[in-house]
Design a protein around this ligand. Structure first.
Ligand code: CS2
Ligand code: MG
Length: 405
């Protein structure tokens, strides 16, 4: 007789930042974990799982991964959206984890096996001033990274998202019951960005891959101008230039620049990006295992993208837990058109709470050969870090109007 799911648990822990983890246990005693973290909306997805999904899972055959995905997606009248898709993603990853453990095989072997020996990673460097930014990028290269995202301060502003003035790592969310407020001025940013990034390119030479993230804050015309101005810098990509809802914006940007474009960390399903892919308006799709319905759905997105020579580059900030990050590394090992995986890195406490088989070495990621996803949860340690409200900041332009994410 096939195995059955006999219990479900949703565990929220905050070892430096909040994570939501789904734990499924089978009658045979096999445990699978899935990540359901939605930065700043953790309790909403925990409730979706506990109140609306967990009761449907009891008694199910855990090997029916695709059927369970279809049941949770098509069976719910209210489809898509970040909360629903993160919940479905958590179930999907937990089921793949159980499947791998049942068969004694690491996830990437179940996804068709390795198509590469190692997965290229990129990480972040930031500094307020340009000389310090050049040093920060160089320091990342010394740690072995071959691809680095560079973010910088803007003269005239006092704050810029992702650029902490006195910290080596940045954390996207800040503790508290309401978002912090930051400043934003597109004109000041556009005056400064080409100079800052050209200085970094001069400093590091031609070989290091450089990336930059505009965090959805430009109009199509501003984004087109920026893309053009950055062509001599030879970026690996320019990310999230315009708000994700207005997809036609990318047509205008595309028509004016050969700078490669990446978008999609906030996309939840293939329906959010199919026009971008089929219209060949982007070069990289950044959807993540956790936010785009798990391994099963991200794989479908990648298959569509493959037809149009659009490559995958999954989102991997600190707010993607080591569980779905691990699943993403397995997928990156097995999916031919994944180009690169973001690896922001984790606080030491996070590594301790989520012991994992995946590893980083010399600019690359390795999934490891533990069965399933190969990431555990130390529940005793997790319970020492209770949920602590934290939010992404919001930004206002200099006249006080709220700007886009
Ligand atoms: C960023 C993230 O990693 C990235 O590319 O855009 O820091 C993003 O802002 C956060 O993950 C939002 O939760
Ligand atoms: Mg980003």
């Amino acid at each position: 007789m096939s195995d059955r799911i006999v219990s479900t648990d949703v565990i929220i822990t905050s070892p430096g930042r909040n994570y939501v983890t789904l734990k499924l246990t089978t009658a045979d005693g096999i445990v699978g974990y899935g990540d359901a973290t939605v930065n700043g909306r953790e309790l909403a997805v925990a409730s979706y799982l506990r109140d609306h999904v967990a009761p449907l899972l009891i008694g199910r055959d855990p090997s029916r991964i695709e059927d369970t995905w279809q049941y949770l997606y098509r069976g719910a009248y209210w489809r898509r959206g970040p909360i629903t898709m993160a919940a479905i993603g958590a179930v999907d990853v937990a089921l793949w984890d159980i499947h791998g453990k049942t068969l004694g095989a690491p996830l990437y072997k179940l996804l068709g096996g390795a198509v590469r020996d190692r997965l290229l990673a990129y990480t972040h460097a930031f500094a307020w001033e340009t000389p310090a930014l050049c040093e920060a990028v160089e320091a990342r290269r010394e740690q072995g990274f071959r691809a680095v995202r560079a973010q910088f301060g803007v003269p005239g502003l006092t704050t810029v998202y992702g650029v902490h003035k006195d910290a080596e790592q940045y954390e996207p969310a800040t503790r508290g019951v309401a978002p912090a407020e930051e400043e934003w001025d597109p004109a000041a940013y556009l005056r400064h960005a080409p100079t800052a990034l050209a200085a970094v390119r001069d400093h590091v030479g031609p070989e290091l891959e450089l990336l930059h993230d505009a965090h959805h804050r430009l109009t199509p015309q501003q984004a087109a101008r920026l893309g053009q101005a950055l062509e001599p810098v030879d970026l690996y990509w320019l990310e999230d230039v315009t708000p994700a809802e207005n997809q036609d914006a990318l047509r205008l940007v595309r028509e004016h620049t050969t700078t490669p474009l990446a978008i999609g960390e906030v996309f939840n399903s293939v329906y959010d990006l199919h026009h971008l892919v089929t219209g060949q308006l982007i070069d990289f799709v950044r959807a993540a295992v956790v936010h785009a319905g798990g391994v099963s759905h991200l794989r479908k997105i990648l298959h569509l993208a493959e037809v149009y020579q659009v490559r995958g580059a999954p989102h991997g900030p600190s707010d993607v837990s080591p569980v779905s990050f691990g699943a993403s590394v397995h997928l990156g090992m097995a999916a031919h058109n994944i180009a690169i995986q973001e690896y922001m890195g984790y606080d030491e406490r996070v590594h301790e709470v989520f012991p994992h088989a995946w590893s980083y070495r010399d600019g690359h990621l390795y999934p490891g050969d533990a069965p399933g996803v190969g990431v555990d949860l130390d529940e005793r340690l997790a319970s020492k870090y209770p949920y602590d409200p934290a939010y992404l900041p919001v930004a206002r332009r200099l006249d006080g109007t709220l700007t886009d994410w």
